[in-house]
Unconditional design. Sequence first.
Length: 239
Amino acid sequence: MLPDVSQKKHYVREKFSRVTRRYDLVNTLGSLGLDHFWRWRTVRELKRYPGPILDLCAGTLTLTQEIVRQRPRMVMALDLTYEMLSFGAHRLKRHPACPFIFCIQGDAERLPFRDASFYAATVAFGIRNLAHLEEGLREVWRVLKPGGKFVILEFSRPRNPLFAPVYRVYLSKFMPFLGGKLTGDREAYEYLARSIAAFLPPQGVERLLKATGFEGVYSFPLTLGVVTVYAAFKPRRAR
Ligand SMILES: C[S@@+](CC[C@H](N)C(=O)[O-])C[C@H]1O[C@@H](n2cnc3c(N)ncnc32)[C@H](O)[C@@H]1O
């Protein structure tokens, strides 16, 4: 079962604060290192955009770090879970990317920024966790400058008839086993599998982006559709 919408924020924060220390390790082991490629490919979509860039649901700042690595520029990293952000900030304390990164604990559904503040915004593995996705998308639209780009990386469900059943077992059995062993919270990784199974298909995400007012929406799958990258633009004529 997935948490009720009214409980979701609390549930998600509680889960992420428990798995923080081993979160990156489980990601990298569970994806056989592919998570680095997925983030690299996502950030490449933002290469020509200067700072400030907004990284939503930034967690332990792995995507944030990649944004600065590909092109040094100011990045505002926002997350609901204090433990995730502070773990990431501590990890990067002496890193050359550190001076470019500003962390803020906050809610992606009620962003503490003025309209038209950012040239681009991005979110990796975060939109699936929002309690009210439409509100999150509306907020991104609001804080982007006209012509600004929004890029999303999110899990999707592979459709290849040979690979899909194998992946389903991997996600629902192996990931809870691995995550449970490494973090002590098996349920957090059962939630991962359930939330991926319940999430919108790529056409549904694209439809929501368009309904929010984004234009030029496109998406492409990576690794047989294990993840999908989405991109969309705030129209230049928008305010
Ligand atoms: C799966 S992690 C992704 C972290 C990071 N982006 C990455 O690539 O590894 C999802 C993050 O979303 C955050 N989150 C969930 N709901 C949120 C919300 N409403 N506002 C801001 N962050 C949220 C969680 O705290 C968690 O750190």
